[in-house]
Design a protein around this ligand. Structure first.
Ligand SMILES: Cc1ncc(COP(=O)(O)O)c(C=O)c1O
Length: 456
């Protein structure tokens, strides 16, 4: 199994041919999901005692299975937060696997971790956090939010009075679902400021003032959002930072989606106050054009993360020894063994330079504004709110939730586009609306116009 033989060499060529085609194809086929029974029928048993052979397994993948997936970088994939990894980053993802680097400790991964840290230094510089701030790449925004919340909770529990208290965190209704999910993981309660629109300092202060004494004692952190997933809204980061300071609370900013926009001059001012955060989540696999999985968590004081996350074990001691001194990514987030997942970002940044990133992010913002104009020009369509970052919420007058669903399914089935509805909650009423989220700079104004045409 570990031998190199001619079959493997030939297969490697085939696989590379596929990879090159995929990397260079700007308009890949928009795949369709199939039922599991259907896929089973098409490919049969793939795991057998003797093996089905690499060539055959690869053919099944290339000709059947990958066609049952949606390429996240399709220019008319505007659902979810899509992705659009640069070709350089995808190529270097292959190199990252081939290099076989253990990314937990400097002693084993120094050269790779050095590259990650170069990319991280640039990310940190975008936030404006003070000297000493630093971060680490994670598997995504959920893991980054969890890592930050664990750090915050452990810091709070340094106070012996807090050791047996159940922690409580405040965030807004617009915050990403991972905040609630990760609060569950750390067994903390969540209180919501009930707005999908931007959370203001006043909203937060009112919520804090409404707490009873017992709840106030349990409150340890506030999570603000730097670009809500649904609508691209940025909370009042500066005002919230000031409240957190007055109230002695940990201030976390979840900028998993919006953080890429810190590089964009046109919207950078909306993030003012982020430099006062105790921790920040930014996902390079969203708006910084990295392949999955690549999130990041950044701390104002990384030592607090180290206290919370550093794992102890007799077999690990040597890696933390003086002789192996260096930055150990595993000390700053929840994962021990890790891929050097920041490497594709590093290579792409090194190759293209940061100005190209600025251009590509500005392109997403421009596409959102252009989409807004096209929507306003159409009698049947209406903006729900002004585009924010690269998100656009709009309604098709007269449509029911069922109409939006059918529209999504039809466009997907036709292999044309994946654009999905969402809900916008205002005055406690949840309305089903259409949503665009732009990431891919290859999306064109013609793509947008053609999608809007399908709503006539
Ligand atoms: C604001 C925000 N936070 C967190 C997440 C979760 O990130 P991930 O899916 O990488 O775990 C997302 C995902 O869209 C997000 O938009």
């Amino acid at each position: 199994m570990h031998n190199i033989d001619i079959q493997l060499v030939e297969m490697t060529l085939d696989v590379m041919k596929y990879a090159i085609n995929r990397i260079t194809n700007t308009s890949p086929e928009l795949g369709q999901p199939k039922k599991e029974e259907e896929l089973r029928k098409l490919v049969g048993e793939t795991i057998t005692p003797e093996g089905i052979g690499g060539e055959y397994a690869f053919r099944l993948f290339r000709d059947v299975l990958v066609k049952a997936t949606v390429p996240i970088d399709h220019p008319r994939h505007l659902a979810f937060v899509p992705a659009s990894p640069t070709r350089a980053a995808v190529m270097f993802d292959l190199v990252t696997s081939a290099a076989s680097i253990h990314g937990a400790y400097w002693m084993e991964g120094a050269g790779g971790i050095f590259c990650e840290n170069e990319a991280m230094s640039w990310l940190v510089s975008l936030t404006g956090l003070p000297k000493g701030a630093f971060g680490v790449f994670t598997s995504g925004g959920t893991a980054a939010n969890l890592s930050a919340m664990v750090t915050a909770r452990e810091y709070w529990r340094r106070n012996p009075d807090n050791q047996n208290k159940k922690a409580l965190v405040i965030t807004s209704a617009g915050a990403h679902s991972s905040i609630k999910a990760m609060a569950k993981v750390i067994d903390a309660d969540v209180l919501l400021v009930e707005t999908e629109d931007l959370m203001t300092a006043k909203d937060l202060k009112t919520k804090i003032d409404q707490l009873n004494v017992h709840q106030r004692e349990r409150l340890f952190a506030v999570v603000a959002t730097g670009g809500t997933t649904n609508a691209g809204i940025i909370d009042d980061l500066d005002g919230i930072a000031n409240v957190c300071k007055q109230e002695n609370l940990w201030f976390h900013v979840d900028a998993a989606y919006g953080g890429g926009a810190l590089v964009a001059d046109s919207v950078r001012h909306l993030f003012n106050g982020i430099e006062k955060a105790d921790s920040i989540t930014i996902d390079p696999h969203k708006w910084l054009f990295s392949p999955y999985d690549c999130g990041a968590v950044i701390y104002k004081n990384p030592e607090l993360a180290k206290e919370a996350h550093s794992q102890e074990g007799s077999y690990l001691e040597i890696f933390k020894d003086e002789g192996a001194s260096g930055f150990n990514p595993s000390d700053y987030q929840i994962q021990l063994t890790r891929r050097i997942r920041g490497l594709p970002l590093w290579f792409s940044l090194a190759m293209h330079g940061t100005d190209k990133y600025k251009w590509a992010v500005e392109m997403g913002i421009k596409l959102a504004n252009l989409a807004g104009e096209l929507i306003q020009d159409r009698e049947q369509l209406e903006l729900v709110r002004e585009p924010s970052l690269s998100c656009v919420l709009f309604r098709r007058k007269g449509w029911s939730p069922e109409d939006y669903r059918n529209w999504t399914y039809k466009n997907h089935k036709d292999g044309f586009a994946l654009v999905t509805p969402t809900k916008w909650i205002k005055d406690e009423v949840a309305e089903t609306v259409a949503r665009f989220c732009f990431i891919n700079p290859d999306t064109t104004i013609e793509d947008i116009a053609a999608i809007l045409e399908t709503m006539e």
